[in-house]
Design a protein around this ligand. Structure first.
Ligand code: KIV
Ligand code: ZN
Length: 390
């Protein structure tokens, strides 16, 4: 008997909207078009292309992308203001699969200090603006900004109003990256179980990374029933960033049996897409970044290299080729052992017997005291030196 297919988790990419809000990461409309094409090829389900009411550049980028990408759902953001919603609807007229995203803060802190609105006013504004958005576009997402720091009963009331007035996706952001994974799982479980109409809409998580938990919290939300995750390439975004798409997608793929959920991302395009974004915004990817960092599949210690030479599963849980790297890397340096040096020498065409290997390995170790990494050319020079000595 075939097991049921894993649940589809929709990937909502917000690199061009929340990601672009990252200090130093702004993109021109043309750069956004290039990035949007790459995201569509990667297989994301929804691309958030911008916030039309915020700038002419956002409107231009969203309109250009809408004309070009016909297969992917394209979403734009609006505050709960009629002018924002109408500006978004105008931009979306050119889109084949439009989604209008409306948000309003719900937490006590935001209600008091940012919005200066009572609970009743937030409820009324949610109902009115979601209904307005729905009168213009069929696919409407509603986000409860700072939702995870909101009183749970009130959060459920706001979500219920949004569903009753036409929202088709409900996004509960952890705007400040404050929540823990177990709290996140419980929150989604509770909302999906208790809110009237919850079973008819898609619940979404939108996690920021202030405490380094954005990916863990998004995975916990999936465990709690979320079937959309909002994320960015390389995790760029406000302050410490958003949930990193490459990490979330590979966690679901590598631990597929655990989550029983998967995405439609072509994972072999993760590294090229990460490098494209890094070039476009001029922000390097940290070397030790999971999945897409230069060190993600690099091994230097002798024990690890020895294990890898026998079976790559000893020190790798994914294949580098599956995420778009050409191969694993054995970096030769101070921590490397004889096995890795002999292996690299063999690849360079030198088959070393025991004594010769002892001698070359000693010279290699001496070289490592002078430089961090020993390259192939250094090894060839060592061998030429040896030949000269004979
Ligand atoms: O972090 C957040 O709350 C947001 C919303 C506007 C969705 O980005
Ligand atoms: Zn955000």
């Amino acid at each position: 008997m075939n097991a049921a297919a894993p649940d589809h988790v929709r990937i909502f990419d917000t690199t061009l909207r929340d990601g672009e809000q990252s200090p130093g990461c702004s993109m021109s409309p043309q750069q956004k078009v290039v990035m949007a094409r790459a995201l569509a090829e990667l297989g994301v389900d929804i691309i958030e292309t911008g916030f039309p009411a915020s700038s002419q550049s956002d409107r231009e980028a969203a309109a250009l992308i809408a004309r070009e990408l016909r297969e992917t759902t394209l979403c734009v953001l609006s505050r709960c203001l009629p002018g924002d919603i109408e500006a978004s609807a105008r931009v979306l007229q050119a889109a084949a699969k439009p989604r209008l995203h409306v948000f309003l803060s719900t937490s006590p802190l935001h209600r008091e200090h940012k919005l200066r609105m009572s609970r009743e006013q937030v409820l009324e504004a949610t109902a009115r603006n979601v209904a307005h958005a729905r009168s213009l576009v069929d696919d409407v997402e509603f986000s409860t900004e700072d939702g995870t720091r909101t009183e749970k009963d009130f959060l459920a009331e706001v979500i219920s109003a949004a569903i009753a007035h036409g929202a088709t996706t409900i996004n509960v952001p952890d705007t400040l990256g404050y929540t823990t994974p177990s709290e996140m799982r419980a929150l989604f479980q509770r909302l999906i179980a208790e809110v009237p109409g919850a079973k008819d809409v898609v619940f979404s998580a939108h996690c920021h990374n202030d405490l380094g938990m954005a990916v863990a919290n998004s995975l916990a939300a999936i465990e709690g029933g979320a079937r959309q995750v909002e994320c960015t390439i390389n995790g760029i975004g406000e302050r410490a960033g958003n949930c990193a798409m490459e990490e979330l997608v590979m966690a679901l793929k590598v631990r597929g049996a655990y989550f029983d959920a998967d995405t439609r991302i072509d994972t072999r395009r993760l590294v090229p897409t990460s490098q494209l974004l890094s070039r476009l915004v001029g922000m390097p990817v940290q070397r030790n970044k999971a999945v897409v960092g230069a060190n993600a599949f690099a091994h230097e210690s002798g024990i690890h290299q020895h294990g890898m030479l026998r079976h790559r599963g000893t020190y790798e849980i994914m294949n580098p080729e599956d995420v778009g790297w050409p191969a694993s890397q054995m970096v030769l340096g101070r921590h490397s052992g004889r096995a890795a040096v002999a292996h690299r020498m063999q690849a360079l065409g030198y088959v070393l017997e025991d004594d010769a290997l002892d001698r070359v390995f000693a010279e290699f170790k001496a070289l490592c005291e002078q430089q961090r990494v020993v390259e192939d050319d250094d090894l060839k020079r060592l061998m030429q030196g040896d030949a000269g000595d004979d």
